[in-house]
Design a protein around this ligand. Structure first.
Ligand SMILES: Cc1ncc(COP(=O)(O)O)c(C=O)c1O
Length: 413
C-alpha cells in the first residue's frame, strides 16, 4: 500500500542519524559530551516544584482541566507581558495556555491552514515552524536566515526584501509569516524597529505574523529581546508563542502560551477544545507560581548559560575554531571549520562524534540554508564543556586538511 500523503511530506529526521550514532557510541562505552539538543539540564526552581507537590495532594485537581488553561495562569501570563513588555492582554480573549509552545504552533497551523495555503517560514528554523504547516497541508516559501555577513540593519533589509518577494510571487497570497527571535538555531536577535516594520508590512498586505519567543529570557550581551506585541496595532495581525520550558527549565512539564490576535487565539482555542483537555491542573498551578513568584531564578539561569557560553566560545577559539559568541538563546551557531566544509554538516557532525566524542546538531537538519553550520546547545556544564574542547582541539590538530576526502560522505579519518 502507498505511504500516507502526510507521512510522505515528513522526511526522516536528519538528527536521528546522529542520534543513532550517539547511542552506539555510548553503548561502546564512549563518554559522549552532548551539545545536540536544546534540552535544559537544570531542575526547575524549588518553589515551583514545591507548588506542584502541594497542588497534586488536593483531591479536586485530578479531573480533566480547562483546555484554554486555568484562568489564574492566563492572568499570570498577562502579568508577565505587562511587566516585561508593557503589553496589555485580555486573559479571556487574547491568551491561551498550550501543552508547550510546540503543540500550540502545530495546532494553530491546523486551525488556520487550508490545503495549498502559502506560509512564509524562516530557514533554517526550529522544525515545527515549517512542519506544523506542512502537516496542516500548506505550501512553504522559505525565508533564508543564515549566510548573511551583516549588521542588524542589513539583516532587516534583506528579510523585508525576501518578504516582499514572497508576497509578490506567491499564489495564493501568503496566509502568514513565522518569525522567531532570539532564533533557533541561528541565535539572531532583532530590535523593536524590526517588528514595527514587520507589523506594518503584514497589516498592509493582510497577512498574519506568528512570532515565537521561546528564548526571550535567555539574553546575555543585548537588551532584553522585545515582543512583537509591543508594536501598536500588532494585535490586528500577530500572535506570539512563549514558553516556560527554557525560562524556568521546565521542558518536560509542557507549558507554553499563545497570546495576541483574538481571532487566531480563538481559532487555536476551538481546535484545542476538540483535541485536548488542557495540561494537568497541578502543573498549571505551579506554572502560575513560576510567573508570579520571585524571578531571581531567571537571573541565575541566565548567568549559568552565559558562563557556559563563555567557556565554550573561548575554548573553541583557542582550539582554532572561530565561532561567533551568541548574544542570546541557549545555542552557539558554528560555521564548520573551512578544512571540513566540503563534508557538509551531517558528515562533519558524524566525524566529530566518532573522533572527538562530541555530539552537535547538523545545520542542514534545520533546513537547507542551515548547511555549512552546526548547532551546539549550552546544555553541558563548564567541566564537561572543557572536556569537549580538549577533544575537539586534539581532533582538529590530528587532521591534515590536505588528507581530507574531497567528496562529501567519504569520511576517511
Ligand atoms: C524556537 C523554539 N520554539 C519552541 C520550542 C519548544 O518549546 P516548548 O517546550 O514550549 O514546546 C523550542 C524548543 O527547543 C524552540 O527552540
Amino acid at each position: 500500500m502507498d505511504e500516507f500523503h502526510k507521512i510522505k511530506r515528513l522526511p526522516p529526521y536528519v538528527f536521528s542519524e546522529v542520534n543513532q550514532l550517539k547511542a552506539s557510541a555510548r553503548q561502546r562505552g564512549d563518554d559522549v559530551v552532548d551539545f545536540g539538543m536544546g534540552n535544559p539540564d537544570q531542575p526547575p526552581p524549588q518553589h515551583v516544584v514545591d507548588k506542584m507537590t502541594e497542588a497534586v495532594q488536593k483531591p479536586g485537581v485530578h479531573r480533566y482541566s480547562n483546555s484554554r488553561g486555568i484562568p489564574g495562569l492566563r492572568r499570570a501570563l498577562a502579568g508577565y507581558y505587562e511587566r516585561r513588555f508593557g503589553v496589555e492582554l485580555d486573559p479571556e480573549r487574547e491568551a491561551i495556555v498550550t501543552l508547550g509552545s510546540k503543540e500550540g504552533l502545530a495546532n494553530l497551523a491546523q486551525a488556520i491552514t487550508s490545503p495549498g495555503d502559502v506560509l512564509l517560514v524562516p530557514n533554517p528554523s526550529y522544525p515545527i515552524h515549517a512542519f506544523g504547516f506542512i502537516i496542516a497541508g500548506a505550501a512553504l516559501r522559505h525565508l533564508p536566515m543564515a549566510g548573511f555577513d551583516d549588521s542588524e540593519g542589513d539583516f532587516r533589509r534583506e528579510f523585508m526584501r525576501q518578504l516582499e518577494r514572497g508576497v509578490r510571487h506567491s499564489v495564493p497570497k501568503p496566509l502568514a509569516v513565522v518569525v522567531n527571535f532570539p532564533a533557533n538555531p541561528t541565535t539572531r536577535t532583532v530590535d523593536l524597529d524590526f517588528y514595527e516594520e514587520l507589523v506594518d508590512f503584514c497589516r498592509h498586505h493582510g497577512i498574519y505574523a506568528i512570532s515565537d519567543i521561546a528564548y526571550s529570557e535567555l539574553y546575555f550581551d543585548c537588551p532584553p529581546p522585545p515582543s512583537i506585541l509591543q508594536v501598536p496595532g500588532a494585535k490586528d495581525v500577530a500572535v506570539e508563542f512563549s514558553s516556560l520550558s527554557k525560562t524556568y527549565s521546565m521542558p518536560g512539564w509542557r507549558i507554553g502560551f499563545c497570546a495576541g490576535n483574538p481571532k487566531l487565539v480563538g481559532a487555536l482555542a476551538r481546535v484545542k477544545s476538540y483535541v485536548d483537555y488542557g495540561a494537568f491542573t497541578p502543573i498549571q498551578v505551579a506554572a502560575t507560581a513560576a510567573l508570579n513568584g520571585p524571578q531571581d531564578c531567571v537571573d541565575e539561569m541566565r548567568a549559568r548559560y552565559r558562563s557556559r557560553r563563555d567557556v565554550l566560545i573561548r575554548g573553541l577559539q583557542q582550539a582554532g575554531w572561530e565561532v561567533p559568541s551568541p548574544e542570546a538563546s541557549m545555542f552557539a551557531w558554528a560555521p564548520i571549520p573551512a578544512a571540513f566544509r566540503h563534508l557538509g554538516s551531517l558528515d562533519f557532525s558524524k566525524l566529530l562524534l566518532e573522533k572527538a566524542q562530541v555530539a552537535v546538531s547538523p545545520g542542514v537538519g534545520f533546513g537547507e540554508y542551515g548547511e555549512g553550520y552546526v548547532r551546539l546547545g549550552l546544555v553541558e556544564n563548564e567541566h564537561r564543556t572543557r572536556q569537549a574542547i580538549r577533544n575537539i582541539k586534539a581532533f582538529l590538530r590530528k587532521v591534515d586538511p590536505e588528507e581530507l576526502p574531497s567528496e562529501r560522505r567519504e569520511v576517511a579519518l
